[in-house]
Design a protein around this ligand. Structure first.
Ligand SMILES: [Cu+2]
Length: 146
């Protein structure tokens, strides 16, 4: 097969295997992390969560710009959603499509896990996915819970 026809075959195969979504490339060494609260911290609700990102930039959802994405906060998610399609959007998978870099969460007392994952303009995790460590925090009972 000539070089040109094999390139065409490759492109056709790629289009065929990935008909709807193609993940945006992640920048080498890009890192997303939770600045606060700290792993293992005991906090009171509402909990302010600060999102950190190194090596890439934050852009609102819908803005297709290379090496950018928006934050998604996974709350008490034990099993990661499929990473080759847009991230689900629900109470446990929060999207910050406005380009926000922090949020305030109302959480009941007890242990909770938090994890960040960057998504591109189509809410797709990058390739490779840019994900934070999962942290566990304890929300202390508030005055109203005693
Ligand atoms: Cu999103």
């Amino acid at each position: 097969m000539s070089k040109i026809s094999s390139a065409i075959a490759g492109a056709a195969l790629l289009a065929f295997t990935n008909p709807l979504f193609a993940a945006s490339a992640a920048e080498d060494g890009a890192k997303v992390y939770i600045i606060a609260p700290a792993e293992g911290a005991t906090v009171s609700s509402p909990v302010t969560v600060l999102f950190g990102l190194r090596g890439m930039g934050v852009a609102p959802a819908g803005v297709d710009q290379v090496n950018t994405g928006h934050h998604h906060l996974l709350i008490n998610v034990d099993t990661l959603p499929p990473l080759e399609q847009p991230l689900p959007k629900d109470a446990q998978h929060r999207h910050f499509g406005g380009g926000q870099t922090e949020t305030s969460l109302d959480l009941p007392p007890g242990k909770h896990s938090l994890q960040l994952i960057l998504g591109d303009h189509q809410h797709m995790p990058h390739n490779p996915p840019v994900m934070s460590e999962k942290i566990t925090i304890t929300v202390a009972p508030g005055e109203g819970d005693k």
